[in-house]
Design a protein around this ligand. Structure first.
Ligand code: DAK
Length: 256
């Protein structure tokens, strides 16, 4: 039985579902390896323009698998490269919308933050509870959360381990929208379809440039943005998009 279910692409969007409900979708090594394989396959699939990653109603994911991690030593982790699949996820070039319901804790939140947009159901709970286990976030929580919500709120969440509500997460800018629980998947898919309908190369280079904002100074980021912008003038979609505007007709994008 697989721990990651991949839906057939529809209107440019594939839904990937974490499926380990008996452990609140705790992220063990097998699940992460399957997730990596699934996301990379979709990244290479021309039918797909955007991906939705979701869990179930009770949990997006309640963290990395504590039972699997409990007995490891630092030396084990270093030699086994135990978390290699986590690091790979940031290489996915297509946009990923995380649709989060219920628990989104520890590595679950770190996984959601590796995605590009987080849509939450009103039942979602976001937290970094690692401190309660005697450790701290290890898959980007101290970095991505701080960039998303600022120092003070990140310190509160990481140092107390207490979760926040979906509404609070929206106020802080951690999620882009909060919807009723029945509307979560339809809304995330609708958003992903809108993105998938946009010219693919522009979407790809825009995602790339936004992610650069977290890696560089403003001047370097602006120079990077400028190069991606100029590059799009080498695309057929730029010619088509601008010609269609001038000719007052809908554009026909090809992704070239
Ligand atoms: N790991 C393993 N099993 C888990 C789990 C987890 N994180 N969360 C829940 N489960 C399992 C429970 O053990 C239980 O299994 P059984 O006892 O039935 O076999 C089942 O899921 C249902 O959970 P509960 O019975 O506890 O359900 P409740 O409704 O009572 O409580 C809860 C729900 C979410 C409040 C509770 O389960 C909980 O506190 N879970 C742990 C949350 C947590 O501490 N998460 C952070 C884990 S540390 C890294 C990558 C990632 C990480 C670090 C480094 N690298 C790339 C270096 C990440 C670390 C973490 O996420």
């Amino acid at each position: 039985m697989t721990l990651v279910e991949v839906g057939a692409p529809e209107a440019g969007v594939a839904v990937v579902r974490l499926r380990r409900p008996e452990a609140l979708n705790a992220l063990n090594a097998r699940l992460m390896a399957e997730l990596r394989e699934a996301l990379f396959a979709l990244d290479a699939d021309d039918r797909v323009g955007a991906i939705v990653l979701t869990g179930d109603e009770r949990a997006f994911a309640a963290g990395a698998d504590i039972k699997e991690m409990a007995g490891l030593s630092a030396v084990d982790m270093e030699y086994a490269d135990h978390f290699v699949d986590w690091d790979a996820l940031r290489e996915v070039r297509k946009p990923i919308v995380a649709a989060v319901s219920g628990y989104c804790l520890g590595g679950g939140l770190e996984l959601a933050m590796t995605c590009d947009i987080i849509v939450a159901s009103e039942t979602a709970r976001f937290g970094q509870p690692e401190i309660l286990l005697g450790v701290m976030p290890g898959a980007g929580g101290t970095q991505r959360l701080t960039r998303a919500v600022g120092k003070s709120a990140a310190m509160e969440m990481v140092l107390t381990g207490e979760p926040i509500s979906a509404e609070r997460a929206r106020e802080l800018g951690l999620v882009s929208r909060v919807v009723a629980k029945e509307a979560l998947l339809p809304e995330a898919v609708r958003l992903a379809r809108t993105i998938a309908s946009r010219p693919r190369l522009a979407v790809r280079l825009a995602k790339d440039a936004i992610n650069r904002a977290f890696e560089t100074t403003l001047s370097e980021g602006l120079a990077y943005e400028r190069r991606n912008f100029y590059f799009l003038f080498a695309s057929e979609d730029q010619k088509e998009g601008m010609a269609a505007f001038v000719e007052k007709r809908p554009p026909k994008f090809t992704g070239r």
